[in-house]
Design a protein around this ligand. Structure first.
Ligand SMILES: NC(=O)c1ccc[n+]([C@@H]2O[C@H](COP(=O)([O-])OP(=O)(O)OC[C@H]3O[C@@H](n4cnc5c(N)ncnc54)[C@H](O)[C@@H]3O)[C@@H](O)[C@H]2O)c1
Length: 461
């Protein structure tokens, strides 16, 4: 099938490359000319494992353009995967989506096209996009659209860092439309994934036990709500274990054992029960805020989702509080942060806990040193005020420091020569913000080991 993907970010590029790998003819479209140029040279503008391999495998089936007529003309399916960041009141900023939809509406050329919202958008956006498409089509053609397109929702559930894996081997695919033709087209498009009938790429084998993928085909509003309901629940799980972790710290319980013993209950599940500095990234914060904002429009309160957000905010504060308790005076102290990306295996810095922690420490007069093995360059451009605090090496972070905080559990950090670094510190305070290190070993090496939730056994390797 012929596909156009509007927006070549984490979601759009992964979708486009994966669909081309599966045999579809795909054009990825972005208004950012620098990105398009880079992609044409086979280079990915973002750090995502296996993405460049997949771009190479997709070969000629994958093209890049900044021109809507070229991208959208003749496409059976147009995905819109532009950003939907939060506005100050928590509701999503839909300007990018509006602009993209208007451009698509002016570029569909008569054959039936399914326009798919892949961006995470508030409930009701499908109808809104449909209206924009119609308006811009009418403006250009001087007549009403009559069956040229239909709108569908196909929310994205990929995790950055394992985006290709999650796209080729998903837990489920959700498609929603009020037009049965769209569901039929998307069903065909995703058939190789649904049946798992494709030959896996050499670099990403099909995991054992992956069989046919569940398809949830529903109406527009339900598909849109599924995305928010899923993200809010995952955010809630993390906040829940962090709330339990705070109590565990007080009563002297071992949070890793508590999480394990809780998560082994099949009704609960062990994933997203890792205690730490809390969630970050482009989705959980903005999507929980958007869910609350949507509910407010219906005079509906969402106390559980609000609580999940509050607990998450508190976790970031807790890092500073713990350092304050330990060091007593923060002003003038040198504090190093290991890890800036919101999680390992990505260079995404949106709503990264490290940024907030660094800002709070600086506001209290600390001298901070920041390090990330992958996201440092992006950090330099996206966070110019904090860029002067970047360290080139891990040695610089530890050298003469009063405390170091592990914020992102990159494998590079887990494998550091911890015996060497303790000797570089002025006071060897180490706050393990992810419960990812071995407390007994570090204590033995001479560190004053602190964690977010008190006592914890070494993580299972
Ligand atoms: N990143 C994730 O892990 C993730 C996961 C699931 C869902 N989502 C959702 O998917 C959407 C996209 O997220 P992302 O992280 O890929 O965003 P992103 O910021 O990485 O990428 C968006 C891209 O869209 C381009 N763009 C903006 N307006 C455009 C226009 N009018 N025409 C063409 N291109 C345009 C931008 O230049 C950018 O390259 C968001 O709604 C997000 O909430 C993201």
């Amino acid at each position: 099938m012929k596909v156009c993907v509007v927006g070549t970010g984490y979601v759009g590029l992964t979708t486009g490359a994966s669909l081309a790998f599966l045999g579809h003819e795909v054009t990825c479209l972005d208004l950012d000319h620098a990105k398009i140029e880079m992609l044409r040279r086979g280079r990915s503008p973002i750090y995502e494992p296996f993405l460049e391999d997949l771009l190479a495998e997709a070969g000629d089936r994958l093209r890049f353009t900044a021109d809507y007529t070229e991208g959208v003309g003749g496409a059976d399916v147009v995905f819109i995967a532009v950003q939907t960041p939060s506005l100050p009141d928590g509701s999503p900023d839909l300007r990018f989506l509006r602009k993209a939809a208007a451009s698509v509406g002016q570029s569909v050329d008569g054959a039936f096209t399914v326009v798919v919202n892949k961006s995470t958008v508030p409930i009701g956006s499908g109808n809104w996009v449909d209206a924009i498409l119609r308006e811009s089509f009418e403006e250009l053609h001087g007549r009403r659209a009559d069956g040229e397109f239909a709108v569908a929702s196909n929310p994205e559930f990929l995790r950055e860092g394992s985006a290709i894996h999650d796209t080729l081997y998903p837990d489920r695919i959700v498609i929603g439309s009020d037009d049965p033709r769209s569901l039929e087209v998307l069903n065909r498009l995703y058939r190789p994934i649904l049946d798992q009938s494709f030959t896996p790429p050499s670099f990403l084998a099909r995991p054992d036990g992956v069989g046919a993928v569940a398809l949830v085909a529903t109406d527009l509003a339900s598909a849109e709500l599924i995305k928010y309901a899923a993200n809010a629940f995952l955010a809630l799980k993390i906040s829940y274990i962090n709330e339990i972790g705070r109590l565990a710290g007080k009563v002297g319980a071992d949070i890793i054992q508590v999480a394990r013993g809780t998560g082994l209950d099949a009704r609960i599940g062990s994933r997203f029960l890792q205690p730490g500095v809390g969630w970050g990234g482009s989705c959980f914060g903005k999507d929980t805020a958007a869910l609350i904002a949507t509910a407010e429009e219906y005079h509906h309160d969402m106390p559980i989702v609000r609580a999940a957000r509050e607990v998450n905010e508190r976790q970031r504060e807790a890092v500073v509080d713990k350092l304050l308790d330990e060091l007593q005076i923060i002003k003038g102290r040198k504090i190093g942060l290991l890890g800036l990306a919101f999680k390992p295996q990505t260079d995404d810095l949106r709503d990264a806990p490290a940024i907030h922690i660094a800002e709070r420490l600086i506001a209290r007069g600390a001298r901070v040193k920041l390090h990330d093995p992958v996201a440092a360059e992006r950090f330099r451009t996206e966070q110019p005020e904090l860029a002067p605090f970047l360290a080139d090496t891990v040695d610089e972070v530890f050298d003469d420091s009063d405390a170091v905080v592990l914020v992102t559990e990159w494998s590079q950090y887990l494998e550091l020569d911890w015996a060497k670094f303790v000797g570089l510190m002025r006071t060897p305070v180490l706050l393990d913000g992810r419960h990812a290190l071995d407390p007994a070993r570090l204590t033995q090496l001479g560190y004053r080991y602190l964690s977010m939730a008190g006592r914890s056994t070494p993580p299972a390797s």
